[in-house]
Design a protein around this ligand. Structure first.
Ligand code: C5P
Length: 196
C-alpha cells in the first residue's frame, strides 16, 4: 500500500511531533525533511555539491537540531539547484510501500502535490518562540522570537518553493492545543482518509 501524508508549517509549529505520532500510530515511515537542509548547511563547502553528495552519516551529526543549524538551513534552502538535488530522494521516500509521512515546508505544494492527506500546521510566532526558547533552556526569549520571525519571512518570501499551504491542505492551529489534542485531530484526518 502506498499512502502519503504531507505536513508543512513554520518552525516549532508542532509539525514534527505530529508527524512522528502519525508514523507511530499507523506504522508509516517518517522523514523530517528539514534535517536534509540542516545537514547540507552544516556539511560546509559548496551547498549544491553538498546536497548531491549527502549520505546517511551526514544526517546523524549531533549539531543538526541547534538554532544555528536551522538558521543556516533556511539560508541554503533558498537555492533552487540545491532544492532540486534533494527532490528525488524525498519523492522516492514518499512512494515507499507501507505509507510515509514527510514534514517540511513544501511537501504538499512541490514534493508530493498528490499526497493523500495534507496538513498545514501553524501557531502564533510568540507560542513557537516560547517552545523553542524552553527547549534551548538558555538565551533570551526576545532573541528567539526575532529569529523565528526572520526565518518565517525568509521561508515565506523565497521565490522557489516558498512556505505556503497547498490549496487542499487542512489547516491545524496548535497555538491553544495540547500535543495530545493536536495529534488526535491529525490522527482523525488520516483515519478518515484511510477508511474511504
Ligand atoms: O523544519 P526545520 O526547522 O528543521 O527546517 C530548517 C529549514 O530548512 C527551514 O527553515 C527551511 O528553510 C528549510 N526547509 C525547507 N524545505 C523543507 C524543509 C526545511 O526549505 N521541506
Amino acid at each position: 500500500m502506498q499512502f502519503t501524508v504531507a505536513i508543512d508549517g513554520p518552525a516549532a509549529s508542532g509539525k514534527g511531533t505530529i508527524a512522528r505520532a502519525l508514523a507511530d500510530s499507523f506504522g508509516f515511515a517518517h522523514l523530517d525533511t528539514g534535517l536534509l537542509y540542516r545537514a547540507v548547511a552544516m556539511k560546509g563547502g559548496d551547498p549544491v555539491a553538498a546536497a548531491h553528495s549527502l549520505c546517511a552519516e551526514d544526517l546523524t551529526r549531533g549539531d543538526l537540531r541547534t538554532l544555528a543549524a536551522g538558521e543556516a538551513a533556511s539560508r541554503v534552502a533558498a537555492i533552487p539547484e540545491l532544492r532540486a538535488a534533494l527532490t528525488e530522494f524525498q519523492r522516492d521516500f514518499a512512494r515507499r510501500e507501507g505509507g510515509a509521512v514527510l514534514d517540511g515546508r513544501d511537501i504538499g505544494t512541490v514534493i508530493c502535490p498528490g499526497a493523500d492527506v495534507k496538513l498545514f500546521v501553524i501557531a502564533s510566532p510568540e507560542t513557537r518562540a516560547r517552545r523553542r526558547w524552553q527547549e534551548a533552556g538558555a538565551g533570551s526569549y526576545e532573541a528567539v522570537l526575532e529569529q523565528v520571525r526572520t526565518r518565517d519571512a525568509r521561508d515565506m518570501e523565497r521565490a522557489d518553493a516558498p512556505l505556503r499551504p497547498a490549496d487542499d491542505a487542512v489547516l491545524l492551529d496548535t497555538t491553544d492545543l495540547s500535543i495530545a489534542e493536536a495529534v488526535a485531530q491529525a490522527r482523525a484526518l488520516v483515519a478518515a482518509r484511510l477508511s474511504r
